[in-house]
Design a protein around this ligand. Sequence first.
Ligand SMILES: Nc1ncnc2c1ncn2[C@@H]1O[C@H](COP(=O)(O)OP(=O)(O)OP(=O)(O)O)[C@@H](O)[C@H]1O
Length: 260
Amino acid sequence: MLEAKEITFKVGEKVLLDKVSVQFEAGKLNLIIGPNGAGKSTLMKVISRQLTSYQGTVSYNHVDSKALSDKKLAQMRAVLSQNIDLAFPLKVWEVVMMGRYPHFTDAPRQIDRDACKAALEFFDVMYMAERDYLTLSGGERQRVHFARVLTQIWHPIPNQGRYLLLDEPLTFLDIHYQFQFMHKLRELLKEKDLVVVGVVHDLNLAAQFGDVIHLIQNGKMLASGTKYEVLNSENIKRAFHLEPVIYNNKEKGSLHLFFE
Ligand SMILES: Nc1ncnc2c1ncn2[C@@H]1O[C@H](COP(=O)(O)OP(=O)(O)OP(=O)(O)O)[C@@H](O)[C@H]1O
């Protein structure tokens, strides 16, 4: 489990996160939603330890994230950040192999090559393996980064969880790849030691795929729970200032939101 307790993060006098407490369980798809500027990316940076000057605690499997060495953390948690840019003309497989850097010292071992190959295949990007990364389109690059972060945590680690933290993974993807990616995440979650946390903007995708949805507004956790608990008129109006029309079929387990 990944847990954030009473997180407050400020820049000067500005409060970006205000006593946010949240738990992300393994084997479940945890999705964070909220309006622009709500604090979603900031929370992702805090839980991934890209930011450290916060109040409160973040723990991985009950161990304070600040107590983990850089190497140990990198071996068990992979982060897909927004706006990743590489300036060097690397081949696609070399970019994916970067995910294995926390695991080897001099040169990739067989286990690293296996993880790289498996992740390239899992995200259907093996056919681009020899291409120059810089010649790829935005969506193709994003799919290569999925393989890179997955290869980082491909092998289970005994007695420890694995953590996949995804900040707006659906950026650049067309509707086909958006759905493919969400289905792939669900497939990955069959691995019961895996904690997946993702930020998404599409509320209908969150409703369709999320097991637990966390709604942030103005640096505060407004609601956490199932789609039925979080995606109601009151919460949507409060966070997004829009009146939704909600079609809710509990028998089918579906919920759809429409906006005018
Ligand atoms: N270093 C900083 N200094 C001042 N303000 C900041 C800083 N970093 C972020 N902010 C502000 O904090 C707020 C939260 O930013 P954050 O990137 O977490 O929002 P978000 O929910 O991810 O938004 P979006 O959906 O637009 O990506 C925003 O108002 C942003 O302008």
